[in-house]
Design a protein around this ligand. Structure first.
Ligand code: NAP
Ligand code: ZN
Ligand code: ZN
Length: 346
């Protein structure tokens, strides 16, 4: 075991505090990563505040991890000491079910092991990236290409792949009208990636406050959903809508914006149910779908795609003792566009 520094919380909404946690000894296939940066995902907040159910406290969240390889187990072949690497939402899966074998470990039929708030293969709770080091099996460690700095790469490990996967699956590209609902951590990566894929991109945000930023990162159009008239204006317009909103909302108003055979993909994960009217779907043969992060192979593909297009996240770098304030700002939709913790501040 190795004792490392971390920021952890002990109860829903209890402040984060600097503490120590134990990392397991390296197995033959394990990698010890020195974490440089960890992004703050809204899922960290949903989990830490108990909004998604039971929490294994004390909790060290963080599944947008970027750093360098410090040490490798005897059988490791994929990464070497000094390599720039990332870890996302998963640190293990069964690797034998049909979904794992197809490269969709996020849909592992036996349940993937989350980077935090899960039970690892050693029987101990997993703990995430708000810490200086983490030990991860090499198969769940991604290579961060040269050309993407570690701080702007960290949010790609969840926000990046969560938008890349549905944009690829539903074939965003030239000639496609794509809307991104909510310009937060996920949404702003969706704008960048959909634009790079060649789609015509519209941002639907609550107010006009983020308009200039949206256009600057690649949006073709921007509408405030709080403006009377936006929904009438955009009726039956989009082939694909990706909803990243972290709170409950009237999904029917957004379904009405889909053209014939259009799909609304929900990636936002509020604890409350979404209420769908039958007529929102039958009119226009519309679909509603969901999507969860992406598989390991696809995550590497996303990182290479982002490097090839010069894409990283827009970030605000914070210290470990600023996590509570960052959560409060994220909750107010006041994040531009991802908080990233610098572990050098620990
Ligand atoms: P975030 O940075 O807080 O962004 C969410 C955005 O949604 C806000 O910036 C805001 O955008 C909009 N929004 C917030 N409250 C709203 C409300 N009441 N009504 C309308 N719009 C609202 O969060 P995130 O990290 O991007 O995560 C978003 C959601 O995705 C969370 O629920 C998270 O748990 C989930 N998630 C899912 C996956 C997956 O695999 N499916 C992966 C990661 C995260 P505007 O200011 O532009 O309106
Ligand atoms: Zn996340
Ligand atoms: Zn599996």
């Amino acid at each position: 075991m190795r004792t490392v520094t971390a920021f952890s919380t002990t109860a829903p909404k209890a402040p984060f505090q600097k503490t120590t946690i134990e990392r397991r000894d390296l197995g033959p296939n394990d990698i010890m990563i020195k974490i440089a940066f960890a992004g703050i995902c809204h899922s960290d907040l949903h989990t830490a505040w108990g909004e998604w159910g039971d929490v294994l406290f004390p909790l060290t969240p963080g599944h947008e991890i970027a750093g360098t390889v410090e040490q490798v187990g005897g059988s490791v072949t994929r990464h070497r000491v000094g390599d720039r690497v990332g870890v996302g939402c998963m640190v293990d899966s069964c690797r034998a079910c049909e979904n794992c074998l197809a490269g969709h470990e996020q849909y592992c039929l036996n349940g993937f092991v989350g980077t935090y708030n899960a039970i690892g293969r050693d029987g101990r709770p997993t703990e995430g990236g708000y810490s200086t080091h983490i030990v991860v099996d090499e198969e769940f460690v991604l290579a961060i290409p040269e050309g993407i700095a570690l701080d702007v790469a960290a949010p790609l490990m969840c926000a990046g792949i969560t938008l890349y996967s549905p944009l690829r699956h539903w074939e965003a590209g030239p000639g496609k009208q794509v809307a991104i609902v909510g310009l937060g951590g996920l949404g702003h990566m969706g704008v960048k990636i959909a634009h790079a894929m060649g789609a015509e991109v519209t941002v639907l945000s609550q107010t006009t406050a983020k308009r200039d930023d949206a256009i600057a990162i690649g949006a073709d159009h921007f509408f405030a959903t709080g403006d009377a008239g936006t929904f009438d204006l955009l009726g039956r317009h989009f082939d694909l809508i990706i909803n990243t909103v972290s709170a409950s909302m009237d999904i029917n108003a957004y379904l009405a914006l889909l053209r014939l055979d259009g799909t609304l993909v929900n990636v936002g994960a509020p604890p409350q149910p979404l209420s769908v009217q039958a007529f929102s779907l039958v009119d226009g043969r519309r679909s509603i779908a969901g999507s969860l992060i992406g598989g390991i192979r696809e995550t590497q593909e996303m990182l290479d795609f982002c490097a090839g297009h010069g894409l990283g996240a827009e970030i605000e770098v914070i210290r470990g003792d600023e996590i509570d304030a960052a959560y409060e700002r994220m909750l107010r939709s006041d994040v531009r566009y991802r908080f990233v913790i610098d572990t050098a501040s620990f």
